[in-house]
Design a protein around this ligand. Structure first.
Ligand code: ZN
Ligand code: ZN
Length: 163
């Protein structure tokens, strides 16, 4: 018992240190999200809803409008590039996975799929000469022919799409 009393202050210090370690400015972490929605021009949306001034000719500010009406701004990364440059993707219902950063609505895309007839579809670009798959439109790295957009149901066995 005497030993315990002697150690008590030490315990208290230890507890203080442990609890103190958590509190100072809690570290903010990006949040993983899975959003369902469409790609829209945020500037045009804000023009429609809030009469924000908009030049007819403007650089589109692309973002996601979710099914429940939330907006996220798209960060232009290589994995998101297709969403900026391929307007066919703007017509589709998408499921977008990614990260949203603390205190922002900025979205970093890590993956996107489409929903067609209630079924999830993989979206990617493909060169059927070289069997090379890419994440964005453009010319094939190998043969320089343009890659084509492929949209196919998930969970299909073969990895090579039929033409
Ligand atoms: Zn626009
Ligand atoms: Zn090729």
């Amino acid at each position: 018992m005497r030993n315990f009393k002697r150690l008590l202050p030490l315990f208290l210090i230890l507890i203080l240190l442990m609890s103190g370690a958590k509190s100072p400015t809690e570290k903010l972490e990006p949040k993983n999200v899975e959003l369902r929605g469409k790609i829209v021009c945020l500037a045009e949306e804000m023009h429609t809803h809030y009469k924000v001034e908009l030049f007819n000719k403007h650089d589109h500010l692309y973002g996601v409008k979710t099914a429940d009406g939330k907006y996220y701004t798209l960060l232009r990364t290589s994995l998101a590039e297709a969403l900026f440059v391929d307007e066919r993707l703007h017509e589709k219902d998408l499921v977008i996975s990614g990260r949203v950063f603390p205190k922002t609505q900025l979205l970093e895309v890590t993956r996107f799929l489409s929903i067609r007839d209630g079924v999830l579809h993989d979206l990617y670009y493909y060169c059927d000469t070289c069997y090379i798959r890419t994440v964005a439109p453009g010319d094939c790295d190998c043969c320089q022919a343009p890659v084509v957009l492929i949209e196919r149901p998930l969970n299909v066995d073969s990895t090579i799409p039929s033409p």
